[in-house]
Design a binder for this molecule. Sequence first.
Ligand code: MG
Length: 267
Amino acid sequence: MKNLFGQTFGMLLLGGLCIAGEAPVGYTDTPIITGQKWRVHDADRPQPRVVTPGERFSDMAPPPSDAVVLFDGKDTSKWVNDKGQQAGWKIENGYMEVNGKGSIRTKDEFGDFQLHLEFATPSVVKGSSQERGNSGILIYGRYEVQVLDSYQNRTYADGHLGAIYGQWPPLVNAARKPGDWQTYDIIFEAPRWDESGKLTKPAYVTVILNGVVLHHKKEYLGPSVHHALAKYGRPQPPRGPIVLQDHGNPVRFRNIWIRELGEYDQQ
Ligand code: MG
């Protein structure tokens, strides 16, 4: 998993970087996404409709009894950097903040799960498009749910806040203002392969942002990649760590907990 994490993480980070001074809002030279009529990061794909979320949804939701608390506002002992060392993100006032020391991942691995997480993009707006409040939740280091400051920020549709990056835009844009805390409630099912190495079930994700559904059991076409077609490779175990992306912007996170879904008819 470690090698896999390293490789995938490197690929995503490299892919996410923009040339200094440039803030592209889309591409016209990328491949058509399998089964869709749009290109990867298509400049012409419609912007998701704006929905103003309600004032509160799961803000500061306390963890259920069987949840693993990944971050309680003070303790980052559940997180390590890509070298497996203690995570070095800034911690203050009950949140941790991206500080240029690289992405972090959970020490533990999780199968199909329900994740609650809160984040805030910087209150001082700098940059535009993908350079503005960019981070991400990289499930197993491979499947990204995008974090971005999408408040009055034009970018390619499949790169907006809540996008299944490079594959599916969010159904709507339910971003709160820069600096405001926002809630993610994410349900993820890992992909499965049979013994011959054939994919039998893709990864599925349900994403609720600030109480607004952005995806309902939507399938990943493969691990997230930039400027390229996603496709599944070799079989992987149906569990892995949660990775929070350092994309060079000081995005904050708080109140993170996770619980595995389990099976029906289990005690
Ligand atoms: Mg990102």
